[in-house]
Design a binder for this molecule. Structure first.
Ligand SMILES: [Zn+2]
Length: 138
């Protein structure tokens, strides 16, 4: 296990074990396949900025293989908001020093892993255009 910082959060992680776990499961959007998930999958590579992608990769997370996602609807700018979650092998050690205001990302232990400290998640919201050639969701 090594200690790292991601989006202001301090975590402990096992990147090699995390990469093995990520490879074993397909991206959540591909498993679901609904229009909202297909829209996300069409622009998955641009959903996160390169700095954040690199931080996630350092934890053993593959940014192209989200563990879960939820379409939250359209925002005032007409963009589609998604909550993206990535699981990793490790634990959350500390929140950003400024608290929730210090980072748009949230993190916590996977249910049942609180004491073992070998499974955690980190999530954020992203706003994306509608890219599919079919009716846009509300
Ligand atoms: Zn879906």
């Amino acid at each position: 296990m090594e200690e790292r910082s991601v989006a202001g959060w301090t975590v402990r992680c096992d990147p090699a074990a995390g990469r093995r776990a990520a490879r074993a499961r397909p991206p959540a959007a591909d498993v679901c396949g609904c229009d909202a998930c297909r829209n996300y999958a069409a622009q998955r590579d641009q959903a996160l900025d390169p700095t954040r992608r690199a931080e996630l990769e350092a934890l053993g997370i593959d940014p192209g293989r989200e563990s879960d996602l939820c379409h939250l609807g359209r925002d005032g700018d007409g963009l589609h908001r998604y909550c993206l979650r990535f699981e990793f092998v490790g634990a959350v050690l500390a929140a950003p020093p400024e608290g929730d205001a210090g980072s748009p990302w949230r993190a916590g232990p996977l249910a049942g892993n609180e004491e073992a400290g070998n499974g955690a998640w980190i999530e954020c919201e992203v706003a994306l255009e509608w890219r599919l050639d079919l009716g846009e969701l509300p």
